[in-house]
Design a protein around this ligand. Structure first.
Ligand code: ZN
Ligand code: ZN
Length: 352
């Protein structure tokens, strides 16, 4: 069950204070640069021991450590003195609550996430930090879906790199125990002709495939419809990511939705047993309400995903839950409310 993190209280470990500040900044969409200071400070502290930390706090020489600056050293000093750091306290007071009002019960009923990125592609944090935060938030499973090779701007993974990543996913699963599963996945580009941007042999090794259009978003309706229908009917594809490609706000500017026959695409989703993603990112809010209603009427499954590029953004699923609840999407048709076994069986029919 996904839940809101309870606020930290004194005493708090310096690294926990820094991690939580980064988390709160990320979920409230602070710039990467600002968040990085806190994430880097955690790394820096892990490299020195507790004794050195105490000595430096007493001597006031924390800022001599590479990766510790003015604001991060203040946090570390306050935490080391047994206080709740003032900056953490103000962030918790101002912005520690649920991100959306509405959909709270559905949010609590979520168990997983079918779309998230690590620093292997264009995410900001290593896989283990995404997993640790996901577990802290109560996820029972998550699918790691870094980008595919064509998306070079996002450092998309070649077969070789994805193969290496899969070994790391195995190692993480051995380490975290039974209560959580990290599934192997990909956010694969849907190429212009509807083919997928990864070899079939590679896709066959994955637990779940989210497929998205990232190029030629302004294609005419007929070829775009054909492209999307081909992808969602592909037996390897389980989730159709941010289907319209629209951007409604934020630093990347606005972008209109792609032009396609939504009825035809969602009917193909139903036929291909592909879930329609409700992408929770506030700048996407994709699909728009009318298309969620259409997919609902057609009988599609849905996946409420974060599309997180940083740990704190895992919390953004609250926005998707608000929309799904308001539009009356039944919980059982949302695959991210399912447990890990059901999710895996659905995404891998015939493997049981
Ligand atoms: Zn995408
Ligand atoms: Zn993505």
């Amino acid at each position: 069950m996904v839940a809101l993190l309870p606020p930290l209280e004194a005493p708090v470990e310096p690294t926990e204070a820094l991690r939580r500040i980064a988390f709160l900044l990320e979920r409230n969409r602070a710039g990467t640069y600002r968040v990085e200071a806190f994430r880097n400070a955690v790394k820096a502290l892990k490299e020195i021991g507790d004794d050195e930390l105490q000595e430096r706090v007493e001597a006031g020489t924390l800022q001599e450590i590479h990766g510790i600056g003015k604001s991060t050293s203040a946090v570390v000093e306050e935490a080391a003195r047994g206080e709740l750091p003032a900056y953490l306290e103000s962030l918790q007071d101002k912005s520690g609550g649920l991100l959306a009002s509405g959909g709270e019960d559905l949010y609590a009923a979520l168990r997983g996430d079918c779309h998230l990125h690590s620093d292997w592609s264009d995410g900001g944090s290593p896989i283990d930090e995404m997993v640790l935060t996901g577990i802290e938030l109560g996820h029972e499973w998550m699918v790691l879906t870094d980008h595919s090779p064509q998306l070079r701007v996002a450092n998309g993974l070649t077969v070789e790199r994805l193969t290496k990543q899969l070994a790391i996913v195995d190692a993480i699963n051995r380490g975290v125990g039974e209560a959580f599963r990290l599934f192997k996945g990909i956010e694969v580009d849907i190429l212009d002709d509807g083919a997928l941007d990864q070899t079939d042999a590679m896709l066959a090794q994955l637990d779940l495939v989210t497929a998205s259009v990232h190029s030629k978003l302004r294609m005419n309706s007929a070829p775009m419809t054909k492209r999307m229908v081909a992808a969602v009917l592909n037996p390897r594809v389980n989730v159709l990511g941010h289907c319209t490609g629209r951007l409604v706000e934020g630093s990347r500017g606005k972008r209109p939705q792609s032009d396609f026959d939504a009825r035809a695409v969602f009917e193909a989703c139903l036929e291909g047993d592909t879930a329609v993603e409700i992408n929770s990112r506030p700048e996407r809010q994709d699909p728009p309400d009318d298309l969620i209603e259409l997919a609902l009427e057609i009988g599609c499954l849905f996946s409420i995903d974060s599309d997180a590029h940083a740990p704190g953004q895992l919390d953004m699923k609250a926005y998707g839950c608000e929309r799904a609840e308001r539009l009356g999407v039944p919980w059982d048709r949302i695959v991210t409310t399912w447990d890990a076994d059901r999710l895996h069986a659905w995404a891998n029919p015939g493997s049981q």
